[in-house]
Ligand binder design. Structure first.
Ligand code: ADP
Ligand code: MG
Length: 311
């Protein structure tokens, strides 16, 4: 059975279509990556799954039950870690988790026990008496996660849980995702960080302008681009580089220029490296390094959208 099944989900804000007939299936045991640039429609989708936002069209089922007709069931089986921190600065870490676990239906001694368990799980066991105003960004993010998992939901959705935190907390969170998954939770991990999604997810959907533009395992997504190759050229300055001119070189399909890096994707069957180098040299562009890149999800995204994920 699918833990989550979405059909034709649509959300409009006035005339603007933020989520455009999305259909998705998430199976038990998956770490499902929901990948897309800022503004792609990720949070809007999640807010509809959480029941915080009404859809204009489409259906959402959790464990086979329509969320609109089974609100309590949906709430008990779902844990949402929102993109914007949902914690109270004037409550202690323990009181925060206890409050949210209570909303999800836990009571009495079970409520206290599960609250302690969740705090220990995110590594805040020793801080349960502190208020989050003394916490680092990473600790607040971890508390935000504890609030969503104490009631042991079957499906956990994390919306950009690692934005703006230190690398140590980031690793802690990624490891927590893996551990929760090993414990039997199905996870939807939302991010605009390609590397994270590539690192932990077993299946990935790419959303762009409110539409799912690709879906599959990492291998399946990469197989979209086996006929492409990519070269990454580090130059002293990209100021004199006109991407439109590079695009005219034989075999070149997409070009992106960021800071002092030029990335060129070409048809794999055409050897155009000489032509590219000749072009750069003719424009007096100093080349500092050159690297042929293995295709990764970033290349997939670039191929499908013609843009970098972080543009
Ligand atoms: P993401 O989470 O992928 O960054 P969002 O789902 O937050 O994207 O936003 C998708 C699009 O919908 C964006 O263009 C955003 O500006 C727009 N949007 C989101 N919420 C609202 C709202 N309440 N009213 C109007 N537009 C909105
Ligand atoms: Mg978002």
């Amino acid at each position: 059975m699918n833990v989550l099944e979405i059909r034709n989900l649509t959300k409009k804000f006035d005339d603007f279509i933020a989520v455009d007939r999305i259909s998705l299936q998430v199976k038990k045991g998956e770490i499902f990556g929901f990948l897309g640039a800022n503004g792609a429609g990720k949070s809007t989708t999640i807010n509809m799954i959480a029941g915080l936002l009404r859809s204009n069209d489409g259906t959402i089922e959790i464990l086979g039950k329509n969320i609109m007709k089974n609100k309590r069931f949906a709430k008990m089986n779902l844990g949402i870690v929102p993109q914007d921190l949902a914690i109270y600065e004037d409550l202690t870490a323990f009181e925060n988790v206890r409050f949210f676990a209570g909303l999800y239906g836990l009571r009495g001694s079970e409520l206290d026990a599960k609250t302690r368990e969740a705090l220990a799980f995110v590594g805040l066991g020793d801080h349960h008496k502190s208020t989050p105003d003394k916490f680092s960004g990473g600790m607040k993010r971890r508390l935000n996660i504890a609030c969503a998992i104490a009631h042991q939901p079957k499906l956990i959705i994390m919306d950009e849980p690692t934005v703006g935190i230190d690398p140590q907390s980031r690793n802690y969170i990624l490891n927590s995702v893996r551990k929760l998954n090993e414990m039997g939770c199905t996870i939807i991990y939302t991010s605009h960080y390609m590397e994270e999604v590539e690192e932990i997810c077993t299946k990935i959907a790419i959303i762009d302008h409110g539409k799912i533009i690709a879906e599959g395992s990492k291998e399946q997504l990469k197989s979209i681009i086996t006929d492409k190759k990519e070269v990454r050229i580090e130059v002293k300055t990209t100021e004199p580089v006109d991407p439109a001119e590079i695009r005219k070189i034989k075999g070149v399909e997409t070009v992106s220029v960021q800071e002092n890096i030029i990335r060129i994707q070409s048809d794999a069957s055409i050897n155009n490296l000489n032509l590219i180098l000749e072009f750069l040299i003719s424009r007096h562009i100093e080349i500092k390094a050159l690297q042929e890149k293995e295709p990764n999800l970033e290349t997939v995204f670039l191929t499908l959208t013609g843009r970098n994920l972080r543009d």
